[in-house]
Design a protein. Structure first.
Length: 257
């Protein structure tokens, strides 16, 4: 890490920030929010142009027109820009998917739209996705999408999948116990797609898009089958396994009434 002073707010004294886990700061003033967004936007551009490994915090600060200390005030290190990217991507994905979902009620179609929307939002960042994966794959890292620190972004994504379900023709037909867990399970399905996408080297990640196109109807059919009484014991067994072994590995998860 570069040798710079990183304590205190380099901006005006009125700009105060709430300290977040891992040393990240959540600015509370409009000016601070703009500065943080500028640093993150600049970093994402430089990552695309130069690559993640060749982009330094000093270069990011210079391009953004801020001091190096200011850059470190908002992001403890270059690695913490990954969390900023994850937060931004989640909100961009939710907004883009919401627009595309309007007027669509078929559950399979809604699920595919939500997944393809993520691929479209992330397309420009595929070149340095492997670096993100190396950091996120560490189970002890606060930057993992499964960590407590990533809960706000994860909650946004889970809410999107809740909307995918609730706005579909399948919502009223599902077993209530499964419907409660389904948004989080669909988020886990997205994580599988993301993992495949990271390692996909086909043009425009065509194999990932084909994987989504072919797997989504299968997932939808399996979920639809769960509403039949003969499958209820299996649904309850699956629910028990998920609650006992899968959800506890994820940081604070959302709970819908």
């Amino acid at each position: 890490m570069e040798d710079v002073e990183k304590t205190g707010n380099p901006e005006a004294g009125a700009d105060r920030a709430e300290e977040l886990p891992g040393g990240r700061a959540r600015p509370k003033t409009g000016k601070s929010e703009q500065t943080r967004a500028l640093i993150l936007e600049t970093a994402m551009r430089l990552f695309r142009e130069r690559g993640y490994d060749k982009t330094t915090m000093r270069a990011i600060a210079t391009e953004a027109g801020v001091s190096v200390g200011n850059a470190y005030y908002y992001f403890e290190s270059k690695e913490f820009l990954i969390q900023g990217f994850y937060d931004q991507m989640t909100h961009d994905h939710a907004a883009a998917a919401a627009l595309r979902l309007r007027g669509v009620t078929d559950f399979s179609a809604r699920l595919e739209i939500s997944l393809v929307s993520w691929l479209d939002c992330a397309a420009d960042y595929h070149g340095f996705a492997a670096q993100f994966f190396r950091t996120a794959a560490d189970p002890d890292s606060s930057l993992s999408p499964f960590s407590n620190e990533s809960h706000p972004a994860r909650a946004t994504a889970v809410e999107l999948f809740a909307d995918v379900l609730n706005g579909s023709d399948l919502a009223a037909k599902l077993d209530a116990e499964l419907a409660e867990l389904l948004p989080e399970l669909l988020w886990l399905h997205l994580m599988v797609v993301v993992l495949y996408w990271v390692f996909d080297r086909t043009p425009d990640t065509e194999r990932t898009r084909e994987f989504v196109r072919r797997s989504t109807p299968l997932v939808a059919r399996l979920i639809a089958l769960s509403r039949y009484r003969v499958f209820r014991p299996m649904v309850r067994d699956a629910k028990s396994l998920i609650q006992d072994f899968i959800l506890p590995t994820i940081g604070r998860t959302t709970r819908r009434p």
